[in-house]
Design a protein around this ligand. Structure first.
Ligand code: RIB
Length: 294
């Protein structure tokens, strides 16, 4: 079994479903409201666990009702939460609008996630003793960089989702093996809208890149080779929230099992396609048997 540690955020998603997202200054009527466990870190952890990984979560929830619900949700997915801190104050929340095309807009309020600025000895050991470490940017950059460095020093493969996008210091990128931005993040990181051009620039910083392209699939590139496109299965999306996280969590399991990159990317693309056909983030992530059957 692939041992995966996720160092990342845990949020409660407060989701309003609308026909069309409001413009600034506008009020629109919503159709439905749901609270769904989310957070890019927790989502990747759930996706990896459902895909068959043995997952440890390192993160923080608040000392509020959401905090215990979020911890309980991770535990019922079979994830080890011994290293999930309970911080004073509120849990992280994500305020999400999903429209009729399944597209979303998200405001994340870090809450407890923002308190995790540095790792303790047990947390450092958890990131450094896994097969793979999954990182995103919803925790303070200091902790993300510390985790990447500690993992890399012990030969752990590191995968970074650079979201929410921000400038990435070399002290972090030097310890990232695989970077997985979406096309907008790739454009912001490189200045190139063309994902092929963006991939080539990013390969100057990290050895491998996957740029996710939504319904158009993704682009995989490794140093020394040309970017290779992978199509996505054709589906009717109802909610794309967490699709990228599903892709990364599933991909990590496949790579940890030693599957060839092309097979791993195709498997992760199938998982993401299943995710977008159901509402919510962690609630829509497929189990291994469903991915295999799709
Ligand atoms: O990637 C999707 C996630 O982003 C949501 O679950 C939300 O919590 C935000 O962090």
């Amino acid at each position: 079994m692939t041992r995966i540690t996720v160092l990342g955020s845990i949020n409660m998603d407060l989701v309003a479903y609308v026909a069309r997202a409001p413009a600034l200054g506008e009020t629109v009527a919503g159709k439905e409201f749901r609270t769904v466990p989310g957070g890019k870190g927790a989502n990747q952890a759930v996706a990896a666990a459902r895909a068959g990984g043995e997952v440890t979560m390192v993160g923080a929830v608040g000392a509020d009702a959401y905090g215990s619900q979020l911890r309980g949700g991770l535990e019922s997915a079979g994830i080890d939460t011994a290293l999930v801190r309970t911080a004073e104050g509120a849990s992280g929340t994500a305020h999400i609008v999903v429209d009729d095309t399944g597209a979303n807009a998200i405001v994340v309020v870090p809450g407890a996630n923002g308190t995790l600025t540095a790792l303790g000895p047990a947390e450092r050991e958890a990131v450094a003793s896994a097969d793979l470490l999954l990182l995103q940017l919803e925790l303070p950059l200091s902790a993300v960089a510390e985790g990447a460095r500690a993992a890399h020093a012990r030969g752990v493969r590191t995968i970074l989702t650079p979201a929410p996008v921000q400038p990435l210091p070399d002290e972090l990128l030097d310890h990232v093996d695989l970077l997985v931005p979406n096309e907008h993040e790739a454009a912001q990181l490189t200045g190139y809208e063309d994902p092929y051009a963006a991939a080539r620039v990013l390969l100057g910083k990290v050895p491998e890149v996957v740029i996710t392209l939504g319904s158009r699939g993704c682009l995989y590139a490794a140093r020394g080779g040309e970017p290779v496109p992978f199509p996505a299965p054709e589906v009717n999306p109802v909610d794309t929230t967490g699709a990228g996280d599903t892709f990364v969590g599933t991909l990590a399991v496949a790579l940890g099992e030693g599957r060839p990159v092309a097979e791993a990317v195709a498997w992760a693309s199938s998982a993401a396609a299943l995710c977008v056909q159901k509402p919510g983030a962690s609630t829509s992530m497929p189990y291994r048997s469903e991915i295999d059957a799709s």
